[in-house]
Design a protein around this ligand. Structure first.
Ligand code: NAD
Ligand code: MG
Length: 361
């Protein structure tokens, strides 16, 4: 299949979505004219390693390989893990010509990407995402980071990979909750950009929930296409890229107010999209029938559509902390019907409060 390209001039790179891509990794590199260096570093975590490391290692037999594993979970997207990896690279004399391969979800991808961006001022980086969220979101676009006790993703860099290889078969071992969380971001792409994607999600909802590889591969490919187009137009989030945050301002408030881990990111984004849709409905930019369609699709995907009960001050307190706040104003992504969205900070706060109230019922 023709690779999808993220068009960024000399930093352009292909995204390959193919069942069994993990086992075919060296051939895929060859087909895409990515010459693998002698030294390869695989960064992964314990859980993903158990499932997929052997397959990748077998595919890469003959290469000099250093495998570095970190613990499982968001808490390992840290400066401590960063230092742990750096120390191993230095101890193993890994050279500037090596390539770092991230094998895992968004945590491993963001962490390994930041290492790749900064080890000896930058070495080649390849993403092999293994969660749905990483397939459709974090592996594409070049945002890399670690967290700090003072906040998520506070330390990082824009650093594009040379290649993204997605094997949808990896999703078969993913937990139900992580899989459904990824689906929230999938629905988001449809709402901001692509009515046809939404229709196809509605049509194939059962197959998608059953993780049928051919259907899910097509969905992932379409989401990557959309993200690639948005990133190509606005790599550093000065405009259109912010549309990817649909549902996220409300979602981040839900995640933070409930206590980290109570709501997954995707669950919070799903409920956040419902509030954003209510806002749009009040502004006359979304029809009630469209709102109902979106709500039903999220329900069909097993996602929550009712935000938690929080008082208005709490909502605003967390929404103001959102990274997307510019010059003190909270910026909202408003869906325009289904398939388009716009960014604005010009929304009356009372309207926001009303939308939250309406989403609760
Ligand atoms: P994650 O990496 O923690 O993975 C979720 C869980 O699934 C983990 O327990 C992991 O070990 C496990 N797992 C991974 N692949 C598996 C597989 N194939 N089978 C079984 N288990 C598997 O979380 P995530 O949701 O993938 O990513 C979240 C992170 O991504 C956050 O840190 C977030 O900030 C980041 N993110 C980054 C971007 C970006 O543009 N860089 C975008 C969105 C999110
Ligand atoms: Mg997100």
């Amino acid at each position: 299949m023709k690779p999808l390209m993220v068009e960024l001039g000399e930093r352009s790179y292909p995204i390959i979505v193919a069942p069994n891509a993990l086992a075919d990794f060296p051939q895929i590199c060859q087909e895409n004219r990515i010459a693998l260096p002698k030294q390869l570093v695989i960064v992964t975590n314990d859980t993903v390693a158990q499932h997929y490391l052997a397959t990748l290692q077998a595919a890469l037999a003959g290469y000099q390989m250093l495998v570095i594993t970190v613990g499982d979970g968001e808490s390992f997207k840290s400066l401590a893990s960063y230092e742990h990896i750096m120390s191993q690279l230095i101890a193993a004399n890994i050279s500037r010509d090596a390539a770092i391969i991230a094998l895992g979800g968004g945590v491993v991808g963001d962490l390994a990407g930041f290492v790749a961006a900064t080890y000896q001022r930058g070495v080649d980086f390849i993403q092999i995402p293994t969660t749905l969220l990483a397939d459709v979101d974090s592996s594409v676009g070049g945002k890399t980071a670690v967290n700090h006790p003072g906040g998520k993703n506070l330390i990082g860099a824009f650093y594009q990979p040379r290649l993204v290889v997605i094997d949808p078969n990896c999703l078969l071992t993913l937990s139900d909750r992580d899989y459904r969380s990824g689906l929230a971001e999938v629905v988001k792409y449809g709402v901001i950009y692509d009515p046809e994607l939404l229709a196809s999600l509605e049509q194939h909802s059962q197959a998608i929930l059953q993780r049928q590889p051919d259907i899910i591969a097509a969905v992932i490919r379409r989401c990557c296409e959309i993200k690639a187009a948005i990133v190509a137009a606005d790599e550093r989030e000065q405009g259109a890229r912010a549309l990817l945050n649909l549902g996220h301002t409300f979602g981040h408030a839900i995640e933070a107010a409930a206590g980290l881990g109570e709501w997954t990111h995707g669950e919070a984004v799903a409920a956040g999209m419902i509030i954003a849709a209510k806002l749009s409905e009040q502004l006359g930019e979304m029809q009630t029938s469209e709102y109902r369609r979106l709500r039903q699709l999220l329900v069909d995907m097993g996602l929550p559509v009712t935000p938690p009960q929080l008082d208005p001050q709490t909502w605003w307190q967390y929404m103001r902390r959102d990274k997307k706040v510019k010059a003190g104003a909270v910026r909202f992504v408003i869906p325009v019907g289904l398939g388009q969205a716009r960014l604005t900070s010009d929304i009356a706060p009372e309207l926001v409060d009303q939308s939250i109230q309406q989403a609760l019922t």
